[in-house]
Design a protein around this ligand. Sequence first.
Ligand SMILES: [Zn+2]
Length: 257
Amino acid sequence: MTLPVYNRGLVYHKVSAEREWGITTTTPKQFKAQIDLLRHLGFDFTTIADRGTSDNPILITFDDGYSCIREFAAPILHEYDAPATIFAITDYVGKKNSWDYFPEAKQITHMAWTELRELSDLGWEIGSHGSTHKRMIHMSQKMIRKELRESKLELENQLGKEILTFCPPFNAWNSELVYEIEQAGYRSIAISYPLSGLPTWSGSFIPRLGVYLHDNSLMFKGKIITNPFSPLAVFQQQVINHLGDGKILENWLKPAK
Ligand SMILES: [Zn+2]
């Protein structure tokens, strides 16, 4: 008998009942069904920092730290006594997501420090997603160091805990960035499949697959069991990461008001 293969990391962006442009939203109903399925499959919900304490961990992660996660996802996870990991963008804490500007989309708010602190106190891990959510691989070394170190320091000052995990915006990383992440004192890097070309470093890479609005229960199950390297799921995620870049490009190209 072939043992099933599990993907241990899932990444969500928004959990909300509001109809909004974008497939990176999951409805609270879908989210609850997914968490319920994971519990029935026997997974232990844990954070990236605490994953070593579980024999069968599953990592629920939220990129960007939107306030809808506090409003809709946190109460559901609380019912299952399930901690998760949030990647916050420190310059945008408590502010609208103007970095993700898209003309037809409603702008939404990132969690405030009080909300991040509340979840941190409940055992959630808060990691850094940089200070500005810019693609870092084309930045100068000085800018990279600023993004990595200032965001870490601010999170540590605000939350009173050591920040151990970094999530590169748009999953854009290379060996130079990994070196700088290590030098800044992080111990884990949250990335997305595929995993080719990973450099060696002293910490861990945490591979994840994204969950999207159109994922039905069969597709969701496929992201965790037997085919985590499914070309379709990986391709879907790569397209969505590139669309994210497209939004930023569009913002840059807009004439200044
Ligand atoms: Zn992001």
